[in-house]
Design a protein around this ligand. Structure first.
Ligand code: AMP
Length: 187
């Protein structure tokens, strides 16, 4: 089964992805983690993206699409994908469609975790203390949230007509969101 977890930063995509990894043995494909890894390795990509990441801007579609392509054609991960933080633009969504077809796969469930800014700001305050992420300071976070909301609207329009698209109230408790996800996949 392949999944897309969709929703603003801090919506709980990572938490739910980890639940699905444990439950199904799938792979969490977090473009944010992959990009942070490039920065840590100080790779060519890492050097190019560090200022975009620190300022809360999106990294170019070209760079992210290249990272994703490698994942889709990894036989070990076939039909066991959980996209967390990808796609984030219409161009990425269309690219994903092409790569899925080429690799003979499809998305079984798209879960949109919808949360308002105030709820997320409270969560981020906690995460900042726990994870010490450089892009979690309040200004950068607000920028990331706004960028996300502005640029992902076309993706919502693109996916929301699909029968496998489900909107979930992301301000609920973690266990409630998990239960909701389970109710869709355990049928
Ligand atoms: P995340 O860990 O998903 O919150 O992502 C952290 C940061 O990584 C974002 O603010 C962007 O700078 C970058 N990023 C992650 N995923 C993408 C993506 N699919 N497209 C463009 N930039 C991304």
């Amino acid at each position: 089964m392949n999944f897309i977890l969709f929703g603003p930063p801090g919506a709980g995509k990572g938490t739910q992805a980890k639940y699905l990894v444990k439950k199904l043995g799938n792979f969490q494909i977090s473009t944010g983690d992959m990009l942070r890894e490039e920065i840590q390795k100080n790779s060519e990509i890492g050097k190019r993206i560090v200022s975009d990441m620190d300022n809360g801007n999106f990294v170019s579609d070209k760079i992210v699409n290249t990272l994703i392509e490698n994942v889709l054609f990894d036989p070990k991960k076939k039909d066991r994908l959980i996209f967390d933080g990808y796609p984030r633009s219409l161009a990425q969504a269309k690219n994903l469609d092409i790569l899925l077809k080429k690799s003979n796969q499809s998305i079984n469930f798209i879960f949109f975790l919808n949360v308002n800014k105030e709820t997320i700001l409270k969560r981020i305050e906690k995460r900042k203390i726990l994870e010490k992420r450089s892009d979690d300071d309040l200004n950068t976070f607000t920028k990331r949230y706004d960028t996300y909301m502005e640029t992902t609207k076309p993706i919502l329009d693109f996916y929301s007509k699909n029968l496998n698209f489900h909107e979930i109230d992301g301000s609920s408790k973690i266990e409630e969101i998990t239960a909701k996800i389970d109710s869709f996949i355990n049928v």
